[in-house]
Design a protein around this ligand. Sequence first.
Ligand SMILES: Cc1ncc(COP(=O)(O)O)c(C=O)c1O
Length: 334
Amino acid sequence: MGDEAQRMQRTGEGTVAAETLLTSRLHPGSEQHAPWVWVNGDLVRSESLRMHYFTHALHYGSGVFEGIRCYETAAGPAVFRLRDHVDRLLASARVYGLSVGHSAADLCAATLETVRRNGIGNAYIRPLAFFGEGSIHLTPSGRCPTEVLIAVRPLGAYLGDEGVARGVRVVLSSWRKFDRSMLPPSVKGCGHYMNSILAAQEAAARGAAEAILLNADGTVAEATGENVFFATRGLLVTNGDSSNILPGITRDSVLTLAADLGIPAVVRPFGPEELFAADEVFLTGTAAEVTPVAALDDRPIACVESGVTARLQRAFFDCVRGRDPRHMRWLSHA
Ligand SMILES: Cc1ncc(COP(=O)(O)O)c(C=O)c1O
């Protein structure tokens, strides 16, 4: 090792450069990250975090994550369906051979502790488990450590307040959704999102808020980070596992709420022509919550106060805000 390299190793200068890179890219107007991050069992200040530039996941997307929301309720901040998200994280980790090393109960407790310490009532929570630095081999198990972190940030309506209220413009992407024979769609894998990024970039270039991806056979898969529902003559339809979706926890909540409201629902594959013909179309996801679709490829779709979407959206917000006594078990108070 040369003198300069030795000096950098002693002072940690090389890693400081990487840290600066990771923390200095916030552009004006972007949301602030919360100051405390849970990392491998400890809460640490976010500015003290250092990431090695040979972190396996940085190069190959070899990690799994979750997106979870915490809402202010009359009884204080409550995390929505925390255990379901943590169970999905651990299931995703198992598929890629990541040894998380923390039980579901410990990760739930750690999530609540992170929310409490940061003092953000309406929070977006991002648990992430990934292969760290150790090897550039494509078989990281046993070579790279599994790193686990839980980060928190404020997040408003992901597709905008106006979008939640009046609906968003969506396009059918020219990018197809990866098939389950290529990558497991039920796994929330970091690298899987390159497919979504291409579709989201295309949507933005076409002036739309979101994109829906079709499967190779032309049926609908899902949006870049949401499941797709439509309603026709009072019947609610969404697709299932056979359509290469991430089976969303919001999707599952909405199906339960539809049953509460006596709205008949069916899970089956469908094509884009059914979306064009539908009375209503909406998207569900932790970030996007329940967002109506106001136009698909510039064809307007109705969003009416008395519609199925509006009723389900109201029921969903009642639920997450702790105003529905039937679903209090979905809330974990921080
Ligand atoms: C690709 C994809 N589909 C669907 C969803 C909706 O899942 P959930 O409702 O669990 O957030 C998400 C968001 O996590 C997603 O990224």
